[in-house]
Design a protein around this ligand. Structure first.
Ligand code: LLP
Length: 435
């Protein structure tokens, strides 16, 4: 069904990394996220192989966009295979470094970096900061003057270029157009590149792009890379030579029913546009590496009949997985035991317990007839699942489990509601400090 997430052909149980999903759910309770380490590693290796086959493996650093999944247990798998990270906050900087990703492989994107965050990135000596506007560049320059931050071969500066193209993806995840808040126009890049080149404490290193997320149409990349290459060449003519080019992320997956990006064609496309240069290359995949490696397991609390339809109400909701509510995105939803051929089927709207009409994981899903206590797996939730979860309706976040080499381990144990109440109670009722 998915790499390392399959029905066992003999007993028909859903397995993650060879372990029964039902047994994992029994042990850790529902709802829970379960990830396969082997699936993450396999995906990273596939990408590394494709880069190698296109002749750009040596030159390319894969910086995993850890906003997709920032769990230390997951990041450690990426680190073990030599992957780097694309971060967007001081928190992600700390997490990636704690997981063993070296600063020389960390790039810092993000449209609103604070002074403190920039300071910590410069102190850590990360590979690159992808600058989003002139004020940010000025701030970095000021910080870089301070002795601690000023390392001879320290953090490089990249300018994030917005190629002004529309990508074939959901409008909330498209970033390549100047109507969106991200990046700099060609004119702004050119002007700021001159400033950065002359600034005594900065090293003008790269131009970066990121045109959006869940992109499967290579034409989008083709256009973006072409415009990026033209800009890099134009800057070189002016004497602004770069050591790196950062191509961003966005590589899309099938979600079980569409097409997924042709990763070999993608790497060949990179080679076609940049193969004849000697720049080091950076790519920032997030979803491609981890989405299919994760499932969200929820339990049916109730079923509910209406005149026009039936609902199954799960114990997992949009607080755990926001994607369907936020983007109307599709996730396959499957039972933990493959139904027999003649099992009675029924069509349900699969809903969560949250007090929002939009708290629906999937409409009109045909499944074996459900009863309270039955468990379902929401697939392809290893990316932008747990990291986007929240505590709406005073529901605690949920445990996360990593399966590796035939064993499973709890990798995230969120605070309980009692822990949260205790912390708030201390502040509200026990603290003497009033502001
Ligand atoms: N680089 C930058 C600068 C980004 O902003 C992103 C994602 C990535 C790389 C990684 O993109 P990916 O390879 O994962 O597509 N919450 C949305 C996705 C938002 C992506 C934001 N930026 C979702 O659930 O679909």
């Amino acid at each position: 069904m998915r790499p390392d997430i399959n029905y066992n052909p003999q007993n028909k149980d859903l397995e993650i990394g060879g372990l029964s999903a039902a047994a994992i759910a029994e042990k850790f309770g529902t709802p829970c996220y379960v990830y396969s380490a082997n699936a993450i590693q396999a995906r990273l290796k596939t990408l590394q192989r494709a880069l190698g086959a296109a002749g750009i493996g040596e030159r390319t650093t894969i910086c995993f966009a850890c906003k997709a999944n920032d769990r230390l247990g997951v990041l450690a798998e990426i680190a073990a295979l030599g992957g780097g990270a694309d971060i967007v906050s001081g928190g992600e900087l700390k997490k990636t470094m704690s997981a063993g990703i070296p600063p020389e492989k960390i790039v810092y994107s993000g449209v609103g970096k604070s002074r403190e965050e920039l300071q910590s990135a410069l102190d850590a000596g990360i590979l690159q900061i992808n600058v989003e506007n002139g004020q940010e560049l000025k701030l970095i320059s000021e910080i870089a003057k301070s002795a601690k931050a000023h390392k001879p071969h320290g953090t490089g500066i990249s300018l994030r270029y917005t190629p002004n193209i529309s990508s074939d993806t959901h409008h909330k995840t498209a970033t390549g157009h100047t109507e969106n808040k991200f990046g700099l126009s060609e004119h702004a890049v050119t002007t700021l590149a001159r400033t950065a080149k002359e600034a005594p404490h900065l090293r003008m290193q790269a131009i970066s792009i990121h045109i959006g997320s869940q992109i499967v149409n290579l034409d989008n990349y083709d256009t973006a890379f072409q415009k990026l290459r033209a800009l890099v060449d134009k800057l070189a003519e002016e004497g602004i030579t770069l050591s790196h080019i950062d191509l961003g992320g966005g590589m899309g997956i099938s979600y079980g029913r569409g097409t997924e990006i042709d990763i070999e064609a993608y790497t060949r496309l990179i080679a076609r546009h940049f193969g004849d240069t000697d720049h080091k290359l950076i790519i920032e995949p997030g979803r491609y590496l981890v989405a299919e490696a994760g499932v969200l397991i929820g339990k049916v609390l109730y079923t509910k009949e209406r005149a026009s339809k039936a609902f199954a109400i799960l114990d997992a909701g949009m607080d755990a997985l926001m994607r369907p509510a936020l983007y109307d995105s599709w996730h396959d939803i499957v039972p933990l035991h493959a139904p027999d051929k003649d099992a009675p089927l029924k069509t349900y709207d699969i809903a969560g317990p949250i007090c929002e009409t939009g708290d629906i994981f999937g409409n009109a899903r045909t499944l074996p007839e459900l009863r309270p206590g039955d468990r379902l797996a929401v697939l392809d939730t290893g990316a932008y699942g747990a990291t986007m979860s929240n505590r709406y309706n005073a529901r605690p976040s949920i445990p996360e489990i990593l399966v590796k080499d035939g064993a499973c381990r709890l990798i995230v144990q969120p605070p309980s509601i009692d822990d949260i109440i205790d912390a708030e109670r201390k502040l509200v009722f026990e603290s003497r400090v009033k502001t």
